[in-house]
Design a binder for this molecule. Structure first.
Ligand code: GYE
Length: 306
């Protein structure tokens, strides 16, 4: 970075790349692991990281990005809390000639020149894998299978895409029905509160599909309090595969998890360096991930890093 450190708003000219990163918040185990990955890999890569936690508010992210522009950071990366409403601030970054990297979540901007690349998972595929497992699992069912869905943050790419992937996968099975679907904002508290309502309003719930482990973990409390056995009376499918989720799966309280890796830090730092060096980079970089059954969770848990 170049500039004068004594003005206080510019990065010191020590030759280090300065990266401004705006994080969604600290809403889930996934997010915590993601933040640690980004901080640790910045240190390892010798990149100076300016980190901002937006507490799940878009207005805070826009403010943080404007601050980064003012401070003339070398590269801006962020995980957009929702998909819409970024064009203006991204245009400001472009006009200031600061490259932007989307991390983890996508934006719906038509103008793809507003960012260099998008690194993260295929959320539609995750939802699809969850739905495909359920179709197989219930292949022998003769009566209706009632599903409730805990959606992630309203308007976020993972909530939109996971809902779609799951719906597509079960579309060919008329007995599989989503009877209720609401946001739990990707948090344990949200998952618990919404599951309580679901249980009150619906006498027969066979399956819970939660868009992340944390909402599923919150829902466990509501299910147990209602006198039902999670994993048996109500089958539970989640996404992420963080440690607490994997433990619930190994214990038979969850039945299936589609993995979503939060360890984006090393790849992100590599991209930051390449973008700064003026290299052309691929515009979409996908994370590789799998799925877990209880047996697979038991086997994976001892060496699970997060
Ligand atoms: O699945 C959820 C987190 O954007 C992929 O955000 C991420 C999601 C993740 O809060 O746990």
């Amino acid at each position: 970075a170049c500039g004068n450190s004594d003005t206080g708003d510019k990065a010191a000219d020590d030759g280090k790349i300065v990266l401004g990163f705006s994080q969604v918040g600290a809403e889930s185990g996934w997010r915590t692991a993601n933040t640690i990955s980004i901080k640790e890999s910045a240190t390892k890569a010798g990149i100076e990281l300016k980190f901002d936690d937006a507490q799940q508010k878009q207005e805070n992210q826009i403010k943080a990005i404007r601050n980064f522009i003012q401070q003339k950071v070398d590269v801006i990366a962020f995980s957009p809390v929702v998909e819409s409403g970024w064009d203006t601030v991204l245009k400001e970054a472009k006009d200031a000639k600061i490259p932007v990297i989307l991390t983890d979540r996508a934006v719906d901007s038509q103008d793809t020149s507003l960012y260099k690349t998008f690194i993260g998972s295929d959320f539609v595929k995750e939802g699809k894998l969850a739905g495909e497992w359920l179709v197989k699992e219930t292949a022998a069912a003769t009566g209706p299978v009632n599903i409730v869905e805990l959606q992630g943050t309203t308007g976020s790419a993972p909530a939109n895409d996971r809902k779609k992937g799951f719906a597509d996968a079960i579309a060919g099975s008329p007995n599989l029905k989503v009877i209720a679907s609401q946001t739990g904002d990707f948090t344990r508290a949200g998952g618990k509160a919404v599951m309580e309502q679901f249980l009150k309003a619906n006498p027969k719930i066979d399956v819970l599909f939660a868009h992340n482990d944390d909402m599923g973990l919150g829902a466990l409390e509501a299910i147990t309090a209602a006198g039902k056995v999670p994993g048996k009376d109500i089958k539970i499918i989640t996404i992420d595969a963080v440690k607490d989720g994997m433990q619930a799966l190994a214990d038979g309280k969850f039945n299936f998890i589609a993995e979503c890796s939060p360890l984006l830090g090393p790849q992100l730092m590599d991209l930051v360096k390449r973008v700064k060096a003026g290299e052309t980079i691929p515009t979409r970089i996908l994370t590789e991930e799998g799925t877990f059954t209880p047996e697979q969770a038991k086997a994976a848990l001892p060496t699970r890093a997060y």
